[in-house]
Design a protein around this ligand. Structure first.
Ligand code: ADP
Length: 303
């Protein structure tokens, strides 16, 4: 039986923040797709309408490093989002102990991540929930950002579950201090955490609570001084932390090149206004010096 007279439903792929994801065949194109079923549940037609309008905008976001939203339709009270099917994700690559990641491979993954981010930021769309399992990997090796813009439409997982298990590790300090006027800097911070995770092959700052998360950030980068981040003290959930000095960044990433460390430090600027943008990061010398980023087709594959 076809869904929406077009998709042949196959097995369930997983269960995510917004609902169940299943594999399907698009009979119109012959393409394998992933359909995300989003429960519209309690918030009825109002959100439904806004959501559909916003989703129309997401369908226009087409870039090699953004997962394509092929179709969107309501069906039996659920919203169905149809995406291109992806083979794997960056979390699986990072966790696979049999995979060796060369400096050129890491550069390639980060370049593709920043490419996708820069494209969306140029169109004023934020991701807001970047994490390695949201960075999907296509059969041709291209990394594509998934779930772009969904946090804004359906609410961040944080509003539904008090403890956002994974996303917290990638959360920028301004979000942890409760800012309401966040910008594209939150995605750059998260990309920095993912860059660090590729270098370390384990989560860089796995905080167990929001306070612990800030503690880990300040232990690595020092407690921010007012001159570094003048607006910090005015944030809604600001609390004072004990002053701590920053260890040399080099001691945290002994294997990274000087260029990699310089870019990383700019992605981890405390003040979101001073933080490097995704576009500026792509223009950083890290990407123009040797080694050149690995061609996507030559990147390691998860079996
Ligand atoms: P989360 O909200 O936790 O990020 P998702 O809702 O994005 O999770 O996805 C749940 C699971 O469905 C993922 O772990 C992944 O295995 C699978 N999945 C999601 N999108 C795709 C896709 N485009 N192609 C293949 N599998 C996907």
């Amino acid at each position: 039986k076809k869904v929406a007279d077009r998709y042949l439903k196959r097995e369930q792929l997983g269960e995510g923040t917004y609902g169940v994801v299943f594999k399907a065949l698009d009979t119109k194109t012959g393409q394998t797709v992933a359909i995300k079923k989003i429960r519209l549940g309690n918030h009825k037609e109002g959100v439904n309408f806004t959501a559909l309008r916003e989703i129309k905008l997401l369908k226009e976001l087409k870039d090699p490093n953004i997962i394509e939203l092929i179709d969107a339709f309501p069906h039996k009270g659920n919203l169905h989002l149809v995406f291109e099917f992806m083979e794997s994700d960056l979390e699986a690559v990072i966790r696979d102990r049999n995979i060796v990641l060369s400096p050129a491979d890491i550069k390639s993954y980060i370049q593709m991540t920043l490419n996708g981010l820069a494209f969306c930021h140029k169109k004023w769309v934020l991701h807001r929930d970047m994490k390695p399992n949201n960075l999907l990997i296509a059969a041709d090796g291209q990394l594509k950002l998934a779930d772009f813009g969904l946090a804004r439409i359906f609410g961040s997982p944080g509003r539904k579950f008090t403890h956002q298990v994974f996303a917290r590790w990638y959360r920028a300090p301004e979000l942890l201090f409760g800012t309401k006027q966040y910008g594209s800097g939150v995605d750059v911070w998260a990309a920095g955490c993912i860059f660090a995770e590729l270098l370390l092959r384990k989560p860089f700052m796995p905080g167990v609570s929001d306070i612990d998360q800030l503690g880990k950030i300040f232990a690595n980068f020092g407690t921010p001084k007012t001159v570094q981040w003048p607006d910090m003290v005015y944030l809604p959930d600001y609390i004072e932390f004990q002053q701590a000095p920053a260890p040399p960044l080099r001691s945290l990433f002994p294997m990274a090149s000087d260029d990699a460390l310089d870019l990383l430090s700019k992605m981890f600027a405390f003040d979101p206004k001073a933080r490097i943008s995704a576009q500026q990061a792509l223009e950083h010398r890290y990407f123009s010096t040797v080694p050149a980023p690995t061609y996507p087709a030559l990147l390691p594959k998860v079996p």
